[in-house]
Design a protein around this ligand. Structure first.
Ligand SMILES: NC(=O)c1ccc[n+]([C@@H]2O[C@H](COP(=O)([O-])OP(=O)(O)OC[C@H]3O[C@@H](n4cnc5c(N)ncnc54)[C@H](OP(=O)(O)O)[C@@H]3O)[C@@H](O)[C@H]2O)c1
Length: 320
């Protein structure tokens, strides 16, 4: 430790870096041992579990880098992003509320990120920033792991389809050409256009069926009752459930034993929706699996190698 300090190396990394820290002294990040070369950028960001499991993965793989937290308000986001190369960063994750702004700020983005309207993973390539989104593919892996089924084989009812995560999941369902997709959102205007945009994914001779394969419906009990009767999985991508005091995302009376219920919310490990679903006899899972797999996919993009999934899972669960 003394030797590191005498070499000008800083060993203890603050829990959170501010935008000011980052922009005013980008050279500082290479001075830690190991150097800080990745971070999650958000506002708020203190709650993020990504540093815990990414640092475990970096240590496990013997990669000389560490992953921090950057608290960045909206007005400084673009500036912070364009400082990533000068700070020697390999990349970053982006979380609430910057995912849409990240798409606008990167030099290039892959097709799924563009269609989702958001970026959660950035790769620094020289002076260029490349954008990806691992939320949808992370959800696919989580559903396969939790329920031993593939999203593409399911009739999906998606709550909160007009939000950032909801849109990314809707696009993923469309790209997978899932059996049926029902978009539900409190603000209906947001999903009416989305349904039209995604309709071409569901139009094919082979796949056409008696019922429309993509529909947008209002967020009310009558519409939900009708749609859930013919659904395999209910996915909650609303922010309801993040706070313990939140009402359940839908009325408990609408939940039945033959539904799978996936709540993308993971705060607290459970939610009113999951408690009601379990009481109805439904198989259910919280968003920790999606969180883990979207992180593992980011790691794969940064390092072009398989992520140490079990090590990351252990770190995620030990931090709960
Ligand atoms: N597990 C994971 O890895 C992971 C990854 C990403 C996100 N998530 C989760 O996804 C959720 C949404 O995040 P986001 O970034 O998409 O947020 P967002 O863009 O703010 O979207 C919020 C969504 O929730 C809906 N909503 C909010 N309050 C509501 C209410 N009282 N009644 C009905 N609907 C309501 C909004 O509907 P309106 O359009 O009508 O406002 C919108 O569809 C969060 O819980 C987050 O934790 C999880």
């Amino acid at each position: 430790m003394d030797r590191l300090l005498s070499l000008g190396m800083q060993t203890s990394v603050p829990e959170i870096f501010s935008a000011e820290d980052f922009i005013s002294n980008p050279g500082r990040f290479a001075g830690f041992e190991p150097p800080v070369r990745l971070a999650v950028i958000g506002d708020p960001v203190a709650h993020s579990r990504s540093p815990g499991f990414h640092n475990a993965a970096l240590r496990f793989c013997g990669i000389r880098a560490q992953y921090g937290r950057l608290h960045v308000p909206t007005e400084r986001f673009a500036e912070v992003l364009h400082t990533l190369p000068a700070a020697g960063f390999l990349g970053a994750n982006v979380t609430i509320p910057h995912k849409a702004a990240a798409l606008a700020s990167v030099d290039e983005a892959d097709a799924y990120a563009r269609a989702s309207g958001s970026v959660n993973t950035i790769v620094v390539n020289g002076e260029k920033l490349m954008g990806f989104n691992t939320d949808g593919p992370g959800l696919v892996r989580a559903i396969r792991e939790e329920f031993s089924v593939d999203l593409r084989d399911l009739r999906v009812v998606l709550l909160g389809a007009g939000g950032g995560a909801g849109r990314a999941i809707a696009v993923q369902c469309a790209m997978e050409r899932c059996e049926r997709l029902v978009l539900v959102n409190r603000t209906f205007e947001k999903i009416h256009l989305l349904a039209e945009e995604l309709a071409p994914f569901f139009q094919s001779e082979r796949l056409s069926g008696p019922a429309e394969r993509i529909v947008a419906v209002p967020f009310d009990d009558d519409a939900l009752r009708r749609e859930l009767e013919n659904a395999d999985i209910l996915i909650n991508a609303t922010s309801l459930g993040m706070k313990r005091t939140d009402p359940p995302a839908i009325s408990p009376a609408l939940l039945t034993a033959n539904l799978l219920v996936y709540d993308t919310v993971y705060a607290g490990g459970t939610s009113r929706l999951l408690e009601d679903a379990a009481a109805a006899g439904a198989r259910c899972a919280n968003g920790l699996g999606m969180l883990l797999h979207q992180g593992a996919l980011s790691f794969e993009i940064w390092f072009n190698r398989a992520a140490p999934l079990e090590e990351m899972r252990r770190a995620l669960h030990s931090g709960l």
